[in-house]
Ligand binder design. Structure first.
Ligand code: ARG
Length: 310
């Protein structure tokens, strides 16, 4: 009868709400709205800033209990990349990874890193499959609907890069031609910069920054928009790469993408970042990563098991 159907629907709704809440912890806006009107979730009124560390830790929920699940895209030295260890085995490295471990320790959680291409970092956050995205993420306005952003933990910039044609391709005008191929990583703000500054060029989107580097090196690509410190890092290994000019961008700096609506986690992450700045850890992570990235690192693709593909 109708009553049974109503009960069934109510059950479905309850389940859906429970699921949307466990997805990344925190309050889900739609669930709140249907349940008890606008902005009335308890999470919204909790004052995380004035909690003790233990209270805050207890209030934090994650996609998998006891774990901090972090998505990254390790094609981005010195932020995140594969460095070869003494056995020539690729190991995840970079200051984002050290900071991820620091945050997990700070919050008393076990770190679990998920590696995907950069556009995957964004979709993992969007589907609330991970707690954090740490991938040199720019806190770009158009991402704010799908993730929350931590405080900035690093300041970088954007640039246009070429291989040995620095005199020819030295301005937006010079590269803004259909016969000039201009690269950018899929899903990145560099892709926006390419579209805004060189719309007439042959814009090539590639899933990995390391693919872009190798296409520049082999001459398949003429120019590429790359995060400045990443370009400089790869330049240490491949001096034939040249940074031709800085590119203006208005959401400069890196932030951590936090699963939307998880305000307790966001507060915890911001406290951990502040602590890492305060105690000198962050500075050390950045220095270590810079050194590691100048040494032997793995550039190519890894298969699902993390084995080197030749
Ligand atoms: N900062 C740029 C963005 O947020 C690029 C980040 C790319 N990160 C990476 N690990 N490949 O769009």
């Amino acid at each position: 009868g109708e009553m049974k159907m109503k009960k069934f629907l109510a059950l479905i709704l309850t389940l859906a709400m429970a699921l949307s809440v466990t997805a990344c912890g925190g309050s889900d806006d739609t669930a709140d709205d249907t349940a008890d009107g606008e902005g009335s979730g308890t999470e919204e009124t909790a004052d995380y800033a004035s909690m003790t560390d233990d209270e805050l830790k207890a209030a934090i929920t994650t996609v998998e209990g006891g774990k901090l699940t972090v998505a990254t895209s390790p094609d981005f030295a010195p932020y995140e990349f594969y460095a070869l260890d003494e056995n020539k085995e690729p190991q995840l490295a970079g200051f984002d990874m050290d900071l991820a471990q620091y945050i997990a320790d700070y919050l008393g959680l076990e770190l679990e890193v998920v590696t995907v291409d950069f556009d995957g970092v964004i979709s993992e956050l969007q589907t609330k499959s991970v707690d954090l995205g740490m991938a040199g993420l720019s806190p770009d306005e158009k991402r704010m609907g799908i993730m929350d952003f931590s405080d900035l933990y690093y300041m970088g910039g954007q640039s246009l890069n070429v291989k040995d044609n620095a005199e020819k391709y030295n301005s937006f005008e010079a590269i803004n031609k259909p016969d000039v191929s201009v690269g950018a990583q899929v899903g990145s703000i560099q892709m926006d910069l390419a579209n805004e500054n060189s719309p007439e060029a042959d814009i090539v989107g590639l899933p990995k920054v390391t693919d872009i580097i190798s296409e520049l090196l082999t001459g398949k690509m003429d120019a590429a928009y790359i995060e400045t410190d990443v370009a400089k890092s790869y330049q240490k290994n491949y001096p034939e790469l040249t940074l031709v000019m800085d590119v203006p961008y208005d959401a400069e700096g890196s932030a951590i993408g936090v699963c939307k609506g998880n305000e307790a986690l966001l507060a915890g992450v911001n406290e951990a970042i502040a602590a890492a700045k305060e105690d000198g850890s962050l500075e050390k992570f950045i220095a270590d990563a810079g050194e590691l990235a100048a040494g032997e690192k793995y550039e190519g693709l890894l298969d699902a098991e993390g084995n080197v593909q030749n």
